[in-house]
Design a protein around this ligand. Structure first.
Ligand code: SAH
Ligand code: SF4
Length: 430
């Protein structure tokens, strides 16, 4: 039987002969779940368990080419390649390194021609405080940390194979030295551009270029894991779906990617946070997801009331604050889980003392276990807002915290490489 993901998303139904008749292009395995891979293998006249081997190779071993998948017999690999299949994992095309250790990547997805635009993914060693605080991930099993990886440098990264070889060499040389990161957060994109049009956000300026596929969303994570030699089950890595795009306007692909990351890559959804601008039908769908698959939720609130939110986030006119909160109430939270409210402080617009008081009342009214992430606005060209002074930010934080609302200040990360929130806009083509 087809998985629900395949039924929902007919684009995953790919004929066995995978060469595109129009252009002789190859079709990626990466992005298909174990069930879909098994179906492909059966179509190829192979036993279904070959699909499991392929899934292991793609998502656990992170092998980047059919040649490397030696669990499959060579004649089968050759036949698959001749029929147009490839691993087709998204690859890091370009790297920007910040003085603070943050790295921004342009990731080449699976699209061709007009759809070949890169997306942005960010690696933040130590995190930016955006993902911490409710403790609901504390019971995620964690292995003691074994030795030892360091970031490897180089502005530009070549093809995937060279990159993997470089990483392996680095790792081989590196066993004695301490790993330079203790924990890390990866910020993942869900669309190229965004249709939502928040006034303060640079990504909005691109408009929506296209949705990413499940393979392109999960592939950002796997490519970055590979670059940093992340060992699943040992290293403490959080994922935030807060890069380019609105995940809940690409819901099926976003959740299919989460399923791959949980079921195939082996990550916990309690280490993942998805942020939405408040797409009510998406939140309602999300509330139906089983606890073992559902990431944590962040709502980009950004304003203390509907009047201001209407102005800075026009989507509020369609789904005002109460509608968003009512949808969020449908989620059955796990023990200790909190809903995160993100709040971008726009100087003179959303950062006044009375706004902080209004936020306190608003959050109390919701009755939700909540925490607040404050983000001082990151400037971008052509956007006419002001970044508040640090003392204003601190006053805002202490008002909320003083009223008993756990409140965190998001450290600006990688500002020098345009990796900070709302700065994710392609500046160079990969
Ligand atoms: N589209 C989703 C997720 C991506 S945006 C959403 O809006 O929630 C991730 C976060 O960055 C959001 O909370 C958004 O409000 C914030 N953000 C956008 N532009 C920003 C900017 N210029 N400075 C600081 N934060 C910004
Ligand atoms: Fe889109 Fe989020 Fe930016 Fe709004 S803040 S335009 S929803 S990416």
């Amino acid at each position: 039987m087809l998985s629900p993901a395949v039924m929902e998303n007919p684009s995953q139904l790919i004929p066995f002969n995978a060469i595109d008749p129009a252009g002789g292009r190859r079709t990626p395995f990466f992005g298909l779940d174990a069930e879909a891979l098994a179906a492909r293998m059966v179509e190829a006249g192979e036993p279904a368990w070959r699909g499991r081997q392929l899934a292991e190779a793609l998502y656990r071993q992170r092998l980047g080419s059919l040649d490397e998948i030696t669990t499959l017999p060579k004649p089968l690999r050759q036949r698959l390649a001749a029929e147009g299949w490839e691993v087709g994992r998204p690859r890091i095309a370009q790297v920007f390194q910040s003085v603070d250790g943050t790295e921004r990547y342009l990731v080449q997805g699976q699209g061709h021609g007009q759809d070949a635009q890169t997306v942005e993914t960010v690696w933040m060693p130590e995190g930016d405080n955006g993902e911490t605080g409710d403790g609901s991930d504390l019971d995620v099993p964690e292995m003691p940390r074994a030795p030892s990886f360091r970031l490897f440098s180089g502005e530009r990264v070549g093809d995937q194979k060279n990159q993997q070889e470089s990483v392996r060499e680095e790792l081989a040389q590196d066993d004695r030295k301490g790993k330079t990161w203790d924990r890390a957060t990866i910020c993942v994109s869900s669309q190229v551009g965004c249709a939502v049009n928040c006034r303060f956000c640079l990504t909005a300026k691109l408009g929506l270029q296209r949705n990413l596929s499940a393979g392109e969303i999960a592939g950002q994570v796997v490519a970055v894991f590979d670059r940093h030699g992340v060992v699943v089950g040992r290293d403490r890595v959080n994922l935030v779906f807060m890069g380019m795009g609105e995940p809940f306007l690409n819901y099926s692909s976003f959740m299919a990617a989460v399923r791959l990351l949980v079921e195939e890559v082996g990550l916990s959804p309690r280490r993942m946070t998805v942020s939405t601008s408040g797409i009510v039908p998406g939140i309602e769908r999300f509330a139906q997801e089983p606890a073992e698959l559902r990431p944590k939720l962040a709502i980009s609130l950004n304003a203390p009331n509907d009047a201001i939110r209407d102005e800075i986030m026009p989507i509020n006119r369609k789904w005002p604050i109460d509608a968003v909160v009512n949808a969020v109430r449908q989620i059955q939270l796990r023990p200790r889980e909190r809903i995160t409210f993100e709040y971008v402080l726009l100087g003179g617009v959303t950062d006044l003392p009375e706004h902080a008081q209004e936020i306190v009342r608003l959050i109390r009214r919701t009755g939700l276990p909540a925490k607040v992430n404050l983000i001082a606005w990151n400037p971008g060209p052509g956007i006419d807002y002001a970044t508040p002074q640090p003392e204003v930010v601190e006053a805002f934080r202490s008002t909320l915290a003083g009223e008993g609302i756990p409140t965190y200040l998001r450290k600006p990360r990688g500002r020098d490489i345009f990796a900070a929130c709302g700065q994710l806009k392609r500046t160079v083509e990969g």
